[in-house]
Every structure is written in C-alpha cells, then in structure tokens.
Design a protein around this ligand. Sequence first.
Ligand code: NAI
Length: 329
Amino acid sequence: MHNITLIKGDGIGPEISDAVLRIIKAAGVEINWDIQTAGADVIEQEGVPLPQRVLDSVKKNKVALKTPVTTPIGKGFRSVNVQLRKELDLYANLRPCYNLPNVKTRYEGVDVVVVRENTEDLYAGIERQVDEDTAESIKIITRAASERIAKFAFDYAVKNNRKLVTVVTKANICKLSDGLFLESARKVAENYDIPLKEILVDNCCMQLVQNPNQFDVLLLPNLYGDIVSDLCAGLIGGLGVAQGANIGKDYAVFEPVHGSAPDIAGQNKANPTAMLMSAIEMLNYIGEQEAGKRIKTALFKTLENNIKTADLGGNASCSDFADAIIKAL
Ligand code: NAI
C-alpha cells in the first residue's frame, strides 16, 4: 500500500483525476490517497489558496499527483503551482514529449524532453508598480540553481541514453542573467561525454516547428521552459496529451503540463491522457513499473482502437475514455 497525496484543484481537475484514479485502481495498484484540495475554492474557508495542510501532506508522503489549479490572470493570488514548487524545492520540471499512436500530428518521431528550471527566473514573483504607468518584474537567476538544473538534465540524459543536451537562452540580450544560466550549463557539461548545444530561444522555437527531430533534451530557465513546453505539446497532439513531473531532492509532484481548461470544465470533455501519463511516471517513480507499463499499453491500445476525446478529433467523453482504458487493461 502506497500513501500518496492527490492535490485536487479546480476546472477540469476533478474530472481527469477521477478518471485516472479509477484506471490506477483497476490496474490493481493499492494506493491510500490523501486528497487535498487547493485553489480559489478553498480561500473562502481557509483564507489562502495553498493551505499548509497540503504542503504537510506532500512532505509526509513524499509523492503527489496533482491536477491543475486556476491562477487569476493579471490580478489576484499568486500561483499555487509556483508556490508549491518553491516551497517543496521541486527544482526540476521534466516534460517528455513524444508521439502517441493514432494521434495525428504534423511530425512523426518527435521525442523531445523539456527540462525546465522550476524555482526562479521571472517566477520569483518579485514585481512592483513603480508608478501608475510603469511596472517592473525582477528576473532572478542564480549559479546554484542553474548548475543544479543543468546537472539534472545531463544526469537524465545519461540515464535515459540521450545523445544531446541543448541549452536555450536569450543570452545575447539578457547578458547577465541568461549569461549566467548558459555559463553554468557549459561548466556542468564539462563533466559529461554528452555534447551541449547552445541556441537562442527565438531560433529554438522556429527550429522546433520546422524540424523537431533535431532536438533531444532541452534545458531551459523557467519562463522559456514554460512557453517551449506548450510549443512541444502542440507538436505531439496538444495539451491533452502532454505529461509532466516536478522533481526535487526530497519530494516529487506529478502533474500534466496543461492548466485547468475553464472553457471545457464540468462538461466531461477533457482528455485525461496527460494526467494519466503523468501518473504512469509517478508509478514508475514509486517502483510500480509493471503496472505503469500495463496502463500505458492499455492507453495505446485504446487510442489505436480510435477511441479518442474531442481534442484529438474523437467523440469519447472523459469518463468513456477511462472506461475504454480499463476494459483494455
Ligand atoms: P489551459 O492549459 O488550461 O488550456 C489551454 C487550451 O487547451 C484550452 O482550450 C483547453 O480547453 C485545452 N486543454 C487543456 N487541457 C486539456 C485537456 N486535458 N483536454 C482537452 N483540452 C485541454 O491553459 P489556459 O487556458 O491558459 O489556463 C487556464 C488556467 O490554468 C489559468 O488560470 C492558468 O494559470 C492555469 N494553469 C495552471 C497550470 C497548473 O496548474 N499546473 C498550468 C497552466 C495553466
């Protein structure tokens, strides 16, 4: 029996987590879920969107599966996601992107892994209104965090037999901050046999949409990592299939790349694949590789049978799709 925290947010979070929990249960993995709600809905009773009980639960269980949480845009409370990553020092955001069977995309054979620094950069949340017509945000890049994430990317590359790490910056403009990130990557690369390629983020975006297969592991600071992750999701069929994990020294939180999708929330339309694939990585992480493999095979079989949600051109609902996976298990 594993003890795992489920951080339940809003939007499509409840629908996709119900689907994923049913599938994991059907695969026979025994998990004692500690369900912790977070986000705007808990503010009324508890005063904050990320109560201490959520952090305590993850600290106790060490592992969490998380649904998206809405962050108000341009106003309101600070992102629960950013705060969680910071509080638990989940410094590495790992987002493998590869084609799935029978999911039509522009390119075949895409297999890119995005490694995004998760704790600093413009996400440090240091902003101020200088005067009525001027606002400023401070971009923090430190040598320690940059070397740590570069080491994570290279260690991941070694462990997963990857051949190239590409560091993505805008060091021609942000000479000091991105310059430090780049310099740290170069220094770390000296300890590995895997080559380090350097590219500017604007060119990287163009190259990714023209020829994604030239890339292998991408190493990025927080903001570029966020944006490029969605670009890579677009290469493999969209946000409905893009998985992710936030990994630190002591804790790991697995969550899809996508947000709370308010435009389709509560309609049983969301694709649970991204959340399911994040959960499969979580199962691998806790030593349940065999169950992870069986669920992945069942997911692939379901897609091959042309059972798909609307975002992939199908007409299965979120719960129908989960039922089909359970049947295929
Ligand atoms: P979003 O990822 O929620 O949605 C973008 C588009 O993708 C929408 O059209 C949505 O319907 C579609 N989509 C996303 N996930 C899908 C799924 N599983 N199945 C089918 N279609 C899916 O991005 P958006 O609209 O920019 O953000 C909405 C909210 O989510 C914001 O408050 C944002 O801050 C938050 N957010 C939270 C994240 C997290 O909790 N880790 C990550 C990204 C955004």
